[in-house]
Design a protein around this ligand. Sequence first.
Ligand SMILES: Nc1ncnc2c1ncn2[C@@H]1O[C@H](COP(=O)(O)OP(=O)(O)OP(=O)(O)O)[C@@H](O)[C@H]1O
Ligand SMILES: [Mg+2]
Length: 469
Amino acid sequence: MVQNGQVFKILVVDDEMSMRELLEILLLKHGYDVRCAESGSSGIEAIRSDPPDLVITDIRMEPVNGIEVLKKCKAVSPRTIVIMISAYASTELAVEAMNEGAYDYFPKPFNNEELLSVISNALRNRGEEQSVSDSREGLLYFGCLIGESAPMLKVYETIQRVAKTGSNVVITGESGTGKELVARAIHRQSARRDRPLVIVNCGGVPENLVESELFGYRKGAFTGAASDRKGLVEAARGGTLFLDEIGELTPVLQVKLLRLVQDKTIKMVGGTEEIPVDVRIISATNRDLERMVMEKTFREDLYYRLNVLHIRVPPLRDRREDIPVLARYFLSKFTKDLGKEIHKVSSYAMDILCNYEFPGNVRELEHIIERGVAMESSRIILPDSLTLSMHRRKEQERTVPAVRSEIPIENFDLDKHMAEIERRMLQQALSQAGGVKLKAARLLGISFRSFRYRLLKHELATEDELKEE
Ligand SMILES: Nc1ncnc2c1ncn2[C@@H]1O[C@H](COP(=O)(O)OP(=O)(O)OP(=O)(O)O)[C@@H](O)[C@H]1O
Ligand SMILES: [Mg+2]
């Protein structure tokens, strides 16, 4: 291919004639200057006599194999890019090749388009352009957000606009898209940045607990309320209150929240006095609030007061350009954290990632890379280190079942399933027992100690809260 007026030279080394011919025709057709060698030793000779810009070499050849070609090539002409191909999907050989400095590895049969795109990217990125693009990569917006796809740039623009106003904001988007990061970014950019940002999760906790958490309680309001305690709304005074999972708020709490939003006052549980509080409210949900309003499960008046401004964070599959940037960002983060030397996600693995549906969005990508880094023994992330669920492609089902009675054929995780059931039973017991833990434990037929331990495990209560009781 001609890039910037330059014709690139490519050498193909393979002992299989049909493969040499196929590659030669393909590459000639795309404007490359192609030479072929039918053995490892003749390949090395060709590199010595006239170093090419790029070498594509088979790995398994006798007596001189592709790894030897790669090593010699790196010694003679370090700037030459080497791409390995192999009919045997041998991970060990691939790992060795990557560790010796191969640019990429393709198992046969490979997709011609993919190979061509890797070649043209590799050649384009060589030299100065590489360092420029590298330094730009992983650019952090507002100190926490990554990604420069058009939909994300629009989100950043909105964040900036929204931050300047003091109005309430609703952030919507699927789970794991980065709603909490967006809320933090808004707070950080706003005039309230020196005041606290307090995060409250409205879901998964019984109504009375959320109420006392939010608004605090007066001494004697309920058994165990030994003294007055301020709530989180007051803790956020002058700052921002981030209400996560707002769609989970019960009707009773919706009314109490409306009082805060409308009159800017709160009443503590067990109190009568109206206490004025100034907070900006940012809410987030992965539910369709408008629909909840229509179905009358969410108060319309509250909805309009919370949703003065609206930010929608797009799912990762609608901004696939961000996948490689995010993957590399998480790679560098986790290699540092885990003290590993992994410098790249192989393009084959990256291709799988780029075609994956990501039902769990950025959070899922983050976990995949974290596991990949932990599992990988070479210096590059190969497809084998990506968790199996990865290989589910676009066309496959994208919902992650919460609790289901039928065992799915793929990707079932018994431990996760059981943990989810346990968590739900704890919540149900708490709510049935009106928040009284001893009673809830009894309902579940377990000891109080065991109950407390499980609450902590599922983060349904904190150490401090349990101590206070
Ligand atoms: N654009 C991004 N850049 C860097 N990291 C991100 C980005 N978006 C999300 N993350 C990371 O992904 C994870 C999930 O993000 P976050 O908690 O903000 O999602 P969420 O939308 O609030 O999810 P949920 O609805 O499940 O609460 C976090 O670890 C976060 O740091
Ligand atoms: Mg969240």
